[in-house]
Unconditional design. Structure first.
Length: 316
């Protein structure tokens, strides 16, 4: 829409209003300093949608590996990352969104991909929830892939789609000049122009060996919370007043109800964490009708009418 108005001459350019930060593109200084992963959907010829995982290097924009999968799962994410590590080495950092298949740490849970990355010495990082621009380079990569796939015959199978994407990655890396790279380099040229970041050291398995689990009993408070390890965990108002059994070590903490059914499992929170929710909506978002009824349960008291009366003149 902005381009239409501009072409029509209805927009007055004011370049001085553009902040200096808008002219700078953040990029890591070396290849393998940070990788980015994200998944996008694409339909097969029969209309069935599949997931495409795309993994790129932040510095060079090199397409490290791509994988077609039946869905956005942690198993598929680990497979594409393992393939990229086999080809290009181990990165220092790894950026993703907060999806359950990628990095659900901000949701109070651990993930299979996160644990795999940590075992390789990689630091998993995520963007803030609701801020997709953090993964903007990968989102732009999706757009370029979609434009290419629209020109190809509809793939009948996932294997055919994988072949199309492999051909695209080869062209993208070695032939297509990238507008975001200095001198319009190809990603392969940018990858080779700068030494790679050294691979991180793998953690000592003995240092992270789980300690013997501890067991506790707690009663859920009226607000649906239980405090343990200095942190209040939200169990939900439906469990208020009930007893819960807690088992934790130096890695995870798990809550069970009185029948032994698991309620929820969290990574052990960082020291100083005051509260961890249960991932469910609360308040108006959870029960708009109930929230309104609480507000209207006690209607505002009417102001009493004044008992003073005005004198009425009897004079004619």
């Amino acid at each position: 829409m902005a381009r239409i108005f501009t072409r029509a001459g209805l927009v007055i350019p004011e370049p001085r209003k553009k902040p200096h930060s808008a002219q700078k593109r953040f990029v890591y200084p070396q290849p393998n300093a940070c990788w980015q992963i994200d998944a996008t959907e694409w339909p097969l010829a029969n209309g069935k949608k599949v997931a495409i995982f795309q993994l790129i290097d932040d510095h060079s924009r090199l397409a490290l590996a791509s994988l077609v999968a039946s869905g956005e799962t942690s198993e598929a994410a680990i497979a594409v990352v393992s393939l990229a590590i086999e080809r290009h080495g181990v990165p220092e950092k790894f950026l993703s969104d907060n999806g359950a298949a990628l990095n659900p740490t901000r949701r109070g849970r651990t993930g299979a991909l996160v644990e795999y990355l940590k075992s390789q010495g990689v630091e998993p990082i995520t963007g803030k929830p609701g801020k997709p621009t953090t993964q903007g380079k990968n989102e732009r990569f999706h757009f370029t892939l979609h434009r290419y796939l629209r020109k190809q015959p509809p793939p009948a199978t996932m294997a055919i789609l994988q072949t199309q994407i492999d051909t695209f990655d080869q062209y993208y890396n070695t032939e297509r000049e990238h507008q975001a790279l200095p001198g319009k380099q190809t990603p392969q040229e940018a990858w080779l122009a700068t030494p790679k970041t050294p691979a991180p050291a793998r953690p000592d398995p003995e240092a992270n060996k789980p300690e013997p689990p501890h067991s506790k009993q707690r009663r859920v408070r009226k607000d649906g919370r239980v405090s343990v390890l200095g942190t209040a965990f939200n169990m939900g108002n439906d469990l208020a007043g009930t007893a819960v059994h807690i088992i934790h070590d130096n890695a995870t903490i798990t809550f069970f109800d009185a029948h032994g059914t698991e309620i929820i499992t969290h990574p052990v929170p960082v020291h100083g964490t005051r509260y961890i929710g249960n991932g469910k909506p609360s308040g108006v978002a959870a029960d708009p009708r109930g929230a309104r009824s609480k507000r209207t349960k006690y209607p505002p008291r009417k102001r009493p009418e004044s008992t003073t009366t005005k004198e009425v003149s009897t004079e004619s």
